[in-house]
Write a protein that binds this ligand. Structure first.
Ligand SMILES: O=C(O)[C@H](O)[C@@H](O)[C@H](O)[C@H](O)COP(=O)(O)O
Length: 237
């Protein structure tokens, strides 16, 4: 039985409003219930309007910790950096008061950076409140890319929170094949997952992912074909 709830909208504006409303409501309730909230965020480009809308919501952002779902192993001032993307599009306005946990360390490679990254992520709550994921046309999510080196570790039950991945270069990965990513175990440990996709091509990939079992072929399946954690799939044309 799948834990997927589909939230499909007629256009991007409706999707952005609905999703930023839901994210704000979940964070607000977490703060009310537990005095703090933890939001795990993906990079890419699709989430940009959602993050910018969320940043202006009147939350007690000083009680929110924001951490990356994944990172290209580039410096924080590199145009491809997810950290830079989050600092420019989410940690603005009121949300600038949030605590931010980055993945990139000073280590030369993701594998060498893993111990420090695990120490940072080990300080996060056992059950982060929200995890915002995207999906590529190859069926990857986070930086769990099909047939990547390190993917089996990322998919394994009971895996560490963070995994170093080397993806096979493709149109989807671009030149940034060395990554750090949350494992599936870390993603499913969250209280609620949001998968944000747009366009007809990704809708077709999403449906293909729902219809097959092999997560090595389409890692997003590890998130969609499970019943442990609720997943809201937000989509618009
Ligand atoms: O580092 C990254 O690129 C992201 O974390 C990645 O997993 C992203 O979510 C997908 O590639 C979808 O990206 P878009 O939503 O921008 O298409």
């Amino acid at each position: 039985m799948s834990a997927v709830r589909e939230q499909f909208y007629q256009d991007r504006e409706c999707l952005v409003t609905a999703l930023s409303d839901e994210l704000a409501a979940v964070l607000e309730k977490a703060i009310a219930d537990r005095g703090e909230a933890c939001l795990l965020v993906s990079g890419g480009s699709t989430p940009k309007p959602v993050y910018r809308a969320l940043a202006s919501r009147p939350l007690d952002w000083s009680k929110v910790t924001v951490a990356l779902v994944d990172e290209r192993w580039v410096d924080a001032d590199h145009p491809a950096s997810n950290e830079q993307f989050i600092r420019e599009n989410l940690l603005i306005e009121g949300a600038a008061a949030a605590k931010f946990v980055a993945m990139k360390t000073s280590a030369a490679t993701a594998v060498l950076g893993l111990p420090e990254c695990l120490a940072r992520y080990g300080a996060l709550p056992l059950q982060p409140d929200l995890c915002v994921l995207g999906m590529g046309l190859d069926g990857h999510t986070a930086s769990l890319f099909p047939h990547a080196s390190g993917l089996d570790s990322g998919l394994a039950a009971g895996a560490d929170r963070c995994v170093a991945i080397t993806a096979q270069q493709s149109e989807v990965t671009g030149p940034h094949t060395e990554r750090m990513t949350l494992s599936v175990a870390a993603i499913l440990a969250c209280r609620h997952i949001v998968l944000l996709i747009t366009g007809d091509e990704k809708l077709a990939v999403y449906r293909q992912a729902l219809s097959g079992p092999d997560a090595r072929e389409m890692p997003v399946r590890a998130v969609l074909r499970q019943s442990q954690t609720p997943v809201s799939v937000y989509w618009s044309p």
